[in-house]
Design a protein around this ligand. Structure first.
Ligand code: NAD
Ligand code: ZN
Length: 380
């Protein structure tokens, strides 16, 4: 079958893009030729996609990726066509996209750690699908895939292992954020930190990922949760969700008053080494620090080697919430349906694809939580 045309947000330079992005438009809305799906692939018509800080990091060069690249890695859509060897998906299925598929055959996959799949990690680094190569073309040239997904596109071809089937009764702008913010944040709380009822928790950064971690901490039965962010609106939302909102410069006093000795669990979702150092210090003796933020690769952090031992702290990184997407996305959707994870509160605004550069400016300024693009008319 012949391919089709997809309208996509394409990045031509990873880093070196001047601001404001609304004026300089590093993301160009382009018509790309899209190949038909290969035997193990799906053609998906996108319904909604959320903007994550990791997208901004590719634009501002904190995380350099090959270009040209069709950006976006958090989204949901409807399967339009399935490859000849695909089982378990049919046209009309709603899927949420996972930004790291798993091959099922490498050592991490065989060890039950799908979020570390070696082959998918290498494919993501090359900007290819896990099934190999590129499906987007512009004037005969290949356009790279962002994390196997490229969610800021009207239509995408993906490896079937990047898709998780979900119910169709979820509003698309809510379904979209399960793909990254929820999978990463809730997973950091539940899979990585394994928060137990009654524990105290501090979350640094209240963007989409941090607020999802905060929701995951509350749903896990944490007795007291503190959310740290310079933005007062985000702190207010944290309070509405049942946590205490604290400004960064007031954190030390708040910890001394509310969690003497520090928190049992600290989750860092800012993506800055200095904040990670602070997060480490905020954990009590025997506490667990989980870091989720992705700082620029040259940032180093310093902690006392002695304290790691003498205070018996555990510091661990959490990629994609240490999740198995096909297990965890439906699980988190069930928790949302049960009213235990108010994921709808993460969706701060809904937009059209053409507004994408303005959304990058807002995220750079620390504004908005999940700004979500709808590919149909958001007013419908
Ligand atoms: P975001 O920009 O929406 O949120 C970051 C928040 O940190 C903002 O609200 C900002 O106001 C706040 N902040 C800035 N300085 C702060 C400080 N000193 N103390 C406390 N808060 C501060 O970003 P996001 O989309 O929620 O992503 C958060 C981080 O997680 C990014 O680094 C992103 O790249 C990373 N990420 C990691 C994974 C993973 O698998 N590990 C997945 C997705 C995103
Ligand atoms: Zn993300």
């Amino acid at each position: 079958m012949a391919g089709r045309v997809s309208t996509a947000a394409v990045l031509d330079a990873s880093g070196g893009n001047p601001r404001p992005y609304a004026d300089h438009r590093p993301l160009r809305i382009a018509k790309l030729d899209l190949d038909p799906p290969g035997p193990e692939e799906l053609l998906v018509r996108m319904e909604a996609a959320g903007l994550c800080h990791s997208d901004l990091s590719v634009v501002n060069g904190d995380r350099v990726r090959p270009v040209p690249m069709a950006l976006g890695h958090e989204g949901t859509g409807i399967v339009e066509e399935v490859g000849s060897a695909v089982e378990g998906f049919a046209p009309g299925d709603r899927v949420v996209l996972a930004f790291l598929p798993s091959c099922g055959q490498c050592v991490p996959c065989m060890s039950g750690r799908a979020y570390l799949c070696d082959r998918a990690n290498a494919a993501n680094g090359r900007g290819e699908l896990l099934s190999g190569g590129f499906r987007f073309h512009e004037c005969g040239q290949c356009v790279h895939h962002h994390l196997g997904v490229s969610a800021f596109s009207t239509h995408i071809v993906i490896d079937r292992r990047s898709a998780v089937k979900v119910d169709r009764d979820i509003p698309p702008e809510i379904a979209a954020v399960f793909g990254c913010a929820v999978l990463t944040g809730v997973g950091a709380a539940m899979n990585s930190a394994r928060i137990e009822p009654g524990e105290t928790v501090i979350v640094y950064g209240l963007g989409g990922v941090g607020l999802a971690a905060l929701m995951g901490a509350l749903a896990s039965g944490a007795s007291r949760v503190m959310g740290v962010d310079p933005n007062p609106e985000k702190r207010k939302l944290a309070e509405e969700l049942g946590a205490v909102g604290v400004a960064p410069d007031a954190t030390a006093d708040a910890i001394a008053a509310d969690m003497p000795g520090g928190a049992d669990v600290v989750i860092e979702t800012v993506g800055h080494a200095r904040v990670l150092e602070e997060a480490y210090r905020s954990a009590r003796r025997g506490g667990r620090i989980v870091t989720v933020g992705l700082p620029p690769p040259d940032q180093k952090f310093e902690i006392s080697a002695l304290s790691l031992v003498a205070e018996a702290k555990t510091l661990s990184g959490s990629y994609m919430g240490a999740s198995i997407p096909a297990r965890d996305i439906p699980r988190y959707i069930d928790l949302w349906k049960a009213g235990k994870l108010p994921v709808q509160r993460l969706v701060s605004s809904v937009h059209r694809l053409e507004e994408i550069n303005t959304l990058l400016d807002r995220m750079s300024a620390g504004e908005g939580i999940r700004q979500v693009i709808r590919f149909d008319d958001p007013a419908d």
